[in-house]
Ligand binder design. Structure first.
Ligand SMILES: Cc1cc2nc3c(=O)[nH]c(=O)nc-3n(C[C@H](O)[C@H](O)[C@H](O)COP(=O)(O)OP(=O)(O)OC[C@H]3O[C@@H](n4cnc5c(N)ncnc54)[C@H](O)[C@@H]3O)c2cc1C
Length: 463
């Protein structure tokens, strides 16, 4: 396949791999940062712009962030809310909107920048990036694209395989990736059959429970080590609490941060302010706090605190929580503590072995078992073709905690030689090891804007 040189004289071409939310926000920031910047968005998706989170068509799948924080444009916080009004279904900035509607918004934002003629969407899979004298060459399934810089916005990967999925992945009762198209279609069964077992009790499990519960009347058992469901957002406008974090750049400990949070929560409670305001108040400082945790403390955080942080930080919309409570009250959703250790075929379904808190394994019949452990972080386990090729070339390496890629503070990808690449960047989830909070729209929007400024400045310096 031939090489497509998308640049015109004096133009700077950036290839953004991935046209989910992060890719769209990156493209928007780049064309707004410089008239000389052209963007090629590479993604095989049929409906670019939506990605995994906002491609859902289930009306019960709601944003877990209020509409007022979901604008694609940092300097116009009401952009999303205003867009809904222009579509004739106005929402308030404190509302939780369906993720499908947000996907429509991102698609509309993308369509606007495509209209400028400076953003092109290429329906293809990127499989390699090669260095050239004048930049980079992105190899895709439909040809090669020359670029001055490449942004990897690869987003969410399918969950880590559960032990039995290697052998049983093809069975209709075994669902290794609930986000794969049509994955849940074969799961619907009528009562009084055995329940569907969800492995995980986080936001993915909640989404799947809502999908299944609205399709059929069968029971659902969600299992995780701690049996914790996500906390719930309060209705109405958010309370604000100016959470105080330690100044300076001295090293911190996980224990110290926990004590700080607890004392802030207690102080807020005395002032009549809900704990959620403390968590939200600390969010802008998380990046700096994470940077001050030495690697051993970060590992301690991951082992002992991360799950608790996640359930308090990534909360369910109130309507979603009400639906979940309704299902639990009706006995159609049961949340259990335990660890699924095996699943074997049994008639049309399977039997699942659950190790309980007492260490004993008990077996239960299930119509299906769905992997709801959430997106896989480790890019090398196993790598897709693109990451595999870049690892092979030594252009990137996983971060020490295996949460994403090793990147510089500016998002440059760090190669096997330990040097940041001046033309290869990562955005969103791939930066989690460096930033911890790097997956939600408010954080990605800021990263995209900062990266656009950096890329435009670098291309001017090279010109
Ligand atoms: C179920 C769910 C709900 C969420 N809800 C919210 C929310 O309400 N609010 C919020 O702020 N955040 C939410 N998040 C966080 C969410 O991760 C981000 O908001 C958003 O999905 C990130 O978009 P992304 O583009 O990084 O990733 P993705 O949406 O995963 O998109 C990545 C894109 O990259 C493409 N791609 C990957 N590899 C290649 C390749 N080699 N070549 C070409 N294309 C490639 C994929 O096809 C995909 O389209 C949610 C996440 C999930 C999983």
């Amino acid at each position: 396949m031939g090489e497509a040189d998308c640049s015109r004289p004096g133009e700077h071409v950036v290839v953004v791999v991935g046209a989910g939310a992060a890719g769209v926000l990156s493209a928007v920031s780049l064309v707004r940062a410089s008239e000389r910047c052209r963007v090629v968005l590479v993604d095989p998706a049929e409906r670019p712009g939506r990605g995994l989170a906002y491609g859902t068509t289930h009306p019960g799948h709601l944003l877990n962030v209020r509409a007022g924080r979901m604008s694609a444009l940092a300097e116009r916080p009401d952009h999303f809310v205003d867009w809904t009004a222009a579509q004739g279904h106005a929402v308030g900035s404190a509302d939780f909107v369906s993720r499908g509607v947000y996907g429509d918004y991102l698609a509309a934002v993308l369509a606007r920048v495509v209209e400028t003629g400076r953003v092109q969407v290429r329906r293809a899979y990127a499989v390699d990036v090669e260095e050239a004298a004048d930049g980079l060459r992105v190899h895709t399934t439909t040809g090669v694209v020359a670029a001055g810089a490449v942004v990897l916005a690869l987003g969410n990967r399918p969950p880590v395989h559960l032990p039995w999925e290697i052998d049983q992945g093809g069975q209709s009762w075994c669902v290794p990736d609930p986000w794969a198209p049509g994955a849940l279609a074969g799961v619907a069964v009528a009562e009084p059959g055995p329940p569907v077992v969800l492995v995980g009790t986080g936001l993915t499990a909640v989404d799947v429970a809502l999908s299944l519960a609205s399709d059929a009347g069968h029971g659902i058992v969600a299992v995780s080590r701690r049996g914790l469901l996500p906390a719930t957002h309060l209705t109405g406008p958010e309370a604000v609490w100016p959470t105080t974090v330690p100044a300076g750049d001295t090293e911190l400990t996980t224990g110290g941060l926990l004590r700080l949070l607890r004392s802030e929560v207690a102080e807020a409670a005395e002032a009549g302010v809900d704990w959620r305001a403390v968590i939200d108040g600390v969010r802008p400082a998380v990046r700096g706090l994470w940077a001050r945790l030495p690697e051993g403390e970060r590992r301690r955080f991951l082992r002992h605190v991360a799950r608790f942080w996640d359930v308090h930080r990534h909360r369910m919309a109130p309507q979603v929580a009400a639906r979940v409570e309704g299902l639990r009250a009706a006995g159609r959703l049961v949340v259990r503590r335990g660890r699924p250790v095996d699943a074997v075929p049994d008639g049309l379904g399977c039997r699942v072995g659950l190790r309980g808190v007492d260490g004993r394994v008990s077996w239960m019949r299930a119509a299906a078992v769905v992997n709801c452990t959430g997106p896989r972080a480790d890019v090398a386990r196993p790598p897709g073709p693109l990451v595999g090729a870049l690892l092979h070339r030594g252009l990137l390496r996983p971060d020490p905690l295996r949460l994403g890629l090793d990147v510089s503070a500016a998002g440059e990808v760090i190669g096997r030689d330990g040097r940041p690449h001046p033309r290869l960047f990562a955005l969103g989830a791939l930066r989690k090891g460096r930033l911890w909070e790097s997956t939600a729209i408010p954080e990605i929007r800021q990263q995209a804007a900062d990266l656009a400024e950096l890329l435009v400045a670098a291309s001017r310096a090279r010109a």
